[in-house]
Ligand binder design. Structure first.
Ligand SMILES: Cc1cc2nc3c(=O)[nH]c(=O)nc-3n(C[C@H](O)[C@H](O)[C@H](O)COP(=O)(O)OP(=O)(O)OC[C@H]3O[C@@H](n4cnc5c(N)ncnc54)[C@H](O)[C@@H]3O)c2cc1C
Length: 409
C-alpha cells in the first residue's frame, strides 16, 4: 500500500525539479506536490544567458523533464501558483489560488530574486533584468543587429549577456562600478584576461563608473553615468546580483541569515522543513565555513541530498563548490571558493585562451579557474579537498599532468 505521507516542494527551478525526482527515485511512494510561482515546468537557468539568449535553443530545452515525467511519477504540479504562507504548527501551506495544502515534510527551494536599481528611469521600456525564461525571451527580441546594448554590471551574467549580444550583431557597452570585471568570482588577473577577450570581441567598457539614471520618454534611449558620461541605448540589461528569496521562510519564523539557515543535512530547525539551492545558507564541511551559493551544482546536488534525507537517509551535503561560465569560445570553470589566497600560479597562458589559474594559500591549493582546460578540474577538486602542500614548480608546468600529483600525495 502506498504511504499516506505527503511531501511538498516550493519552487520551480532546478533545486525543486531535482528534489521531486530524487524523492521518487529514493523509493518514496506517498504523495508529492510541487508548487511553482512561474507557469513553466521546472527548468534550469544557465542557458538563459547563453544558447537561449542567442536563439540557438528554444526556452523549452531548459526544462528538466517533460510533463509526462511528472504524470508517470505521480508528482502533482501546481504551476503558476505562489506559496503565500507556511503554517508550521498546522503543517499547511496557503496558496495564491486560495487552496491550502497540508504536508508532512516540506522542502523550500525558492531560489534567489533580482536586485533592482532604484534610480530615475528604472521603469522605462527596454530596461531589462535576466532571471527567468520570460526575461531571456524578452531580451532576445531586443538584441537586433546594430542595437546599442548597455549592460549595467560586469559580473559573469553581464559578461555572458555581452558575449551573446555580440553574437547577435549588437553594439555592446558594459558599465561596471568596480575597476575590474567578475570581481566577486575570480582574481584580478583572470578578470583582466576576460576584459581583454571582450575588448577583442568589440565590447566597450567603462570601469569604476556608476549608473545614475536611464533616460527616455517611454522607452530607454540613453544610460546616464557618473562623470557626465551618457551612453546611447536601445536596451539596457541590468545584472547587479540577486538576493536569496527568503520572504516565505522568514514569515514562517525560520532562521534567515543571508539565506535560510540549514545544517549539513539540509534541515532547518523545524524537523519537518528542509531547504536547498540558492536560498540556503549552509555549512560546507570541506571548506570549514558557512556559505551561500548561486550555482547549478549546488541547486542540483544539495536538492538531491535534501530529498534523500527527507526520505530517511542522514548524509551530510559536502562538496567542493564548482561553477562555470561560457563567454564566446571560452569555457571558464571555477572550483573551490577561494577568499584569501597569497599567490595565483598559471599553467598555460591567457593569450592562448587555454590556461588554469591556481589559487594558493600557504603552499596549498584552495581554488582553481580553468579556461578551456576542463581536464584540470577533477584533479584540482581532489587537491583542494586533500589540503596538502604542493610544489609550485610542478603546478606551473603544463607538461606535468596535475593528476600525477594525486598519486604522490
Ligand atoms: C541567466 C543565468 C545564468 C546562469 N548561469 C549559470 C552557469 O553558467 N553556471 C552555474 O553554475 N550557475 C548558473 N546560474 C545560476 C543557477 O542557475 C542558479 O544557481 C540556480 O538556478 C538556482 O536554482 P534554485 O532552484 O535554487 O533557484 P531558482 O532557479 O531561483 O528557482 C526558484 C524558483 O522558486 C520560485 N518561487 C519563489 N518563491 C516562491 C513561492 N513563494 N511559491 C512558489 N514558487 C516560488 C521562483 O519563481 C523560481 O522559479 C545562472 C543563473 C542565471 C539566472
Amino acid at each position: 500500500m502506498p504511504s499516506e505521507t505527503h511531501f511538498a516542494v516550493i519552487g520551480g527551478g532546478q533545486a525543486a525539479g531535482r528534489a521531486v525526482e530524487a524523492v521518487r527515485a529514493a523509493g518514496f511512494d506517498g504523495a508529492i506536490t510541487l508548487v511553482a510561482a512561474e507557469p513553466h515546468l521546472p527548468y534550469e537557468r544557465p542557458p538563459l544567458s547563453k544558447n537561449v539568449l542567442v536563439g540557438e535553443d528554444p526556452p523549452e530545452k531548459t526544462e528538466i523533464h517533460g510533463e509526462e515525467f511528472y504524470r508517470s511519477h505521480g508528482i502533482a504540479l501546481r504551476l503558476g501558483t505562489r506559496a503565500e504562507a507556511i503554517d508550521r504548527a498546522q503543517k499547511t501551506i496557503v496558496l495564491s489560488d486560495g487552496a491550502t495544502l497540508s504536508y508532512d515534510k516540506l522542502l523550500i527551494a525558492t531560489g534567489a530574486k533580482l536586485r533592482r536599481l532604484g534610480i530615475p528611469g528604472a521603469g522605462l521600456d527596454g530596461v531589462c533584468y535576466l532571471r527567468s525564461r520570460q526575461d531571456s525571451e524578452d531580451i532576445q527580441r531586443r538584441l537586433a543587429p546594430d542595437a546599442e546594448v548597455v549592460i549595467v554590471g560586469g559580473g559573469y551574467i553581464g559578461l555572458e549577456v555581452a558575449a551573446s549580444a555580440v553574437k547577435r550583431g549588437c553594439r555592446v557597452t558594459v558599465v561596471e562600478l568596480l575597476d575590474r570585471v567578475m570581481a566577486r568570482a575570480v582574481a584580478p588577473e583572470i578578470g583582466d584576461a576576460f576584459l581583454d577577450y571582450h575588448r577583442q570581441a568589440g565590447v566597450t567598457f567603462h570601469l569604476g563608473v556608476g549608473v545614475e539614471a536611464f533616460a527616455g520618454a517611454s522607452a530607454v534611449k540613453a544610460v546616464r553615468c557618473g562623470g557626465g558620461l551618457e551612453l546611447p541605448a536601445d536596451v539596457a540589461v541590468v545584472g547587479v546580483g540577486v538576493e536569496p528569496d527568503t520572504e516565505l521562510a522568514e514569515a514562517a519564523g525560520l532562521e534567515v541569515d543571508d539565506g535560510i539557515v540549514v545544517d549539513e543535512f539540509c534541515r532547518t530547525a523545524d524537523p519537518a522543513i528542509y531547504a536547498a539551492g540558492d536560498v540556503t545558507n549552509h555549512p560546507n564541511p570541506l571548506l570549514g565555513r558557512r556559505i551561500r551559493l548561486e550555482s547549478w551544482q549546488n541547486a542540483q546536488n544539495q536538492a538531491i541530498r535534501a530529498a534523500r534525507n527527507m526520505c530517511g537517509e542522514s548524509e551530510p551535503y559536502a562538496e567542493i563548490p564548482w561553477f562555470w561560465s561560457d563567454q564566446y569560445d571560452l569555457n571558464l570553470q571555477m572550483v573551490g571558493l577561494p577568499e584569501d589566497w597569497d599567490r595565483v600560479l598559471f599553467r598555460g597562458s591567457a593569450e592562448q585562451r587555454k590556461f588554469t589559474a591556481l589559487y594558493m594559500k600557504d603552499g596549498r591549493l584552495i581554488g582553481a579557474n580553468c579556461v578551456n582546460n576542463a581536464r584540470d578540474i577533477r584533479p584540482c577538486r581532489e587537491l583542494i579537498a586533500r589540503g596538502k602542500t604542493l610544489d609550485p614548480a610542478v603546478l606551473e608546468d603544463p607538461a606535468k599532468p596535475l593528476r600525477d600529483l594525486l598519486k604522490e600525495s
